[in-house]
Design a protein around this ligand. Sequence first.
Ligand code: ADP
Length: 579
Amino acid sequence: MPMEPVAPMSLEEARAAEDADSRQLLSAATVEEALAVLVEIARRLTRAHQATVVMTPTVGKTRGASVTSLSRAYEVWGGYAVPSGDEPGRTARERRSARAEPRGRISASLPSDAGVLYLFDREVGDFSREDELALHRLARLAGLALESARLLREEQQARSEAEAAEQRAAFLADASRLLASSSLDPKATLDTLARLCVPILADWCFVDIVDESGTVQRTSVAHAEPDLDALARRVRDFPPGPEGSAHPTTRVARQAESLLVDNIDDAWLRAVSVSEAHFETMREVGFHGILAVPLLARGRSLGALTFLAVRPSRHYNPTDLETAQDLARRAALLVDNARLYREARRSVRLRDEFLAVASHELKTPLTPLQLRLQWLRRQTRKDRPFLPTPLVVSQLDVVQRQVDKLSGLVHGLLDVSRLSSGRLTLHREDVNLEAVAREVKDRLAVPASQAGSPVSLSLQGDLRGHWDRVRLEQVLTNLLANALKYGAGQPVHIALRGEADRVLLRVEDSGIGIAREYQSHIFERFGRAVSERHYGGLGLGLYITRQIVEAHGGEIGVRSEPDMGSRFEVSLPRHESTA
Ligand code: ADP
């Protein structure tokens, strides 16, 4: 390609061109743009084939930037490697210039050691002294341009940080308003909260809640990309980690400790994953940062609020942690209030149920009692001064049984009111639990045979301790009576085992069992897991039992599966604790 002859410039033209160059250089908005303009001007001014700026590496960066500008001829020929050049139709001059032999190099340092500007291969002749001077002027100007571009970038950054802070404050205000709008359906509110958090605070946001049975459940999942719904469903339905696992959100929810990790890699995902599927799901989400905080209320963790960073520019820092903790505190309050409200309603419902059951139970013995008394009165009115004794006795037996039943119920009620106000006093004495067990088993022989459940007893080790005998009779009676009542006519087994400092008592049946969600309630006052239509009972026996066991410093628990039976286990320390 033939070189265009360069028309000589007048002085004024040259000044105007220099002014235009300076303006273009100084108006560059970014360092990259300033460098691109710089190499272009430098190449044009010196008529070099190639201009390059190599920037000095700065602290924290291993490589400096490098920008190059090539003359068209250089671009076309691809540098020094030129075809052999004997094509027909080319003049000797064209062939010579097409060979583009390097004709020297000239360089100028940018101010403050920022980098070096190199020029290679002048189009005509060698670089001149003027080229060198022009280059040094240009380098100084470039120094100014780079500095101003840098300042501009800092200012832009500061502005965008201020905007982000403003956005965040507005978001927090929105979130607080949302969380304060005392909703009794926390699920809906938490869903909205999660949605509010993306994309301002996160690319993904989850809420995990520890439910009343201690299971962690992911209730809300929000994400920034609309086409990720299928993945989001997988993320939501993924089962929580088992107790003690490293599963990140399960851990935060259970152990009430915040988690902040940036630069997450596969090794980290491996370490916290609970299964291959979990690892794959986390990888697919593709997060490099996680911020998870517990939902704390009244010193208890009710769950976790989790933010994930997917886009590379998002990084979590301690300020984000504080923001998240603040949000989590408000969200926890909401969850806690809703829970308290639910519990209060449950107590009211239980009390109402109890009143219905109690009046029914108290009334049941009254009917036969009244009938017998009316009969006796009728007999005495018929001028029959002497009724046959066996007849009277049989009637009185019925009367006595009903009165016993009533007095048992009334005693139970009194016991409960006494226990509830903390007035249970134990009368400790030396007791052999074996004797108590045999006695209770004998006493319940009739109900056992009516239920069709044979009762077996196994004994092991030393079963003596310092306990309240009457109260322990009550414990065993309640447990055995329940096993017969709910045991579906299957055998019932009582096992006593003496250990070093305590005695274990176990009552096991193979009856209707208790669903998991009721298991923690049956030891409460009026707590029942069955419908009052099918089974009578005040729901007080296990409450009283637990109070007695705990007054002895012991513990009671249940293991049960619906239709598989129940196993109640009591652990009783042999002696009163001196602590
Ligand atoms: P209740 O008078 O209703 O039997 P309890 O306090 O003794 O009251 O028991 C509370 C509830 O626990 C019962 O209503 C029943 O639902 C459940 N329950 C207790 N023992 C058993 C058992 N052995 N098998 C199945 N359910 C039981």
